[in-house]
Design a protein around this ligand. Structure first.
Ligand SMILES: [Zn+2]
Length: 172
């Protein structure tokens, strides 16, 4: 019985990326991207990526909260797509959201694209890498000012490059 209660207490009470004070997600931002798409089949990505990263990036899986070492990453630098290495977020825009996923106030303009998904019945705005289409996370309208956005990302879908280190060449 105690074991059962402990398991219950440890289970996430909210759906992935949600917070108790979450408000409806924003409309997709749209806007043309100048990024040339990288087209690979799921079979190709499955060969290139660790299975947990593949499941997040190309099957829209969500990693367990508080599982990513990137939650604790506070150094200046750049977060790039773990699949194709396109820079997606500047570390200057990372903030502690308390959700257990790496969170940002804004992406690098034009480097992510959005779409609505209905996996939790209520519509959410999914976003993905504008180059390879790899799923990154969801964006919510309950972030800090001035933009009020919370870009809730899977750590498995990102790779951190500290400032001063060379960015990896884009995967082709
Ligand atoms: Zn990518």
């Amino acid at each position: 019985m105690l074991q059962y209660l402990a398991a219950l207490a440890a289970a996430p009470l909210l759906p992935a990326c949600s917070r108790a004070d979450a408000t409806p997600p924003p409309a997709p931002s749209g806007g043309a991207s100048s990024i040339a798409p990288l087209r690979k089949s799921k079979a190709e990505w499955r060969k290139l990526l660790p299975s947990d990263a593949y499941e997040v990036l190309f099957e829209e899986d969500t990693e367990p909260p508080r599982s990513s070492p990137l939650n604790r990453e506070k150094r200046p630098g750049t977060f790039v797509c773990a699949a194709c290495y396109l820079p997606l977020f500047d570390a200057a825009h990372k903030f502690e959201s308390g959700t257990g996923w790496p969170s940002f106030t804004e992406p690098i303009a034009g480097h992510v694209a959005t779409k609505r998904d209905f996996k939790l019945i209520l519509p959410r705005t999914e976003y993905h890498c504008a180059r390879c289409g790899g799923h990154q996370g969801h964006v919510f309208k309950d972030g800090p000012p001035p933009r009020g956005e919370r870009w809730c990302n899977n750590g498995l879908a990102l790779r951190f490059v500290p400032k001063g280190d060379a960015l990896p060449p884009l995967r082709t």
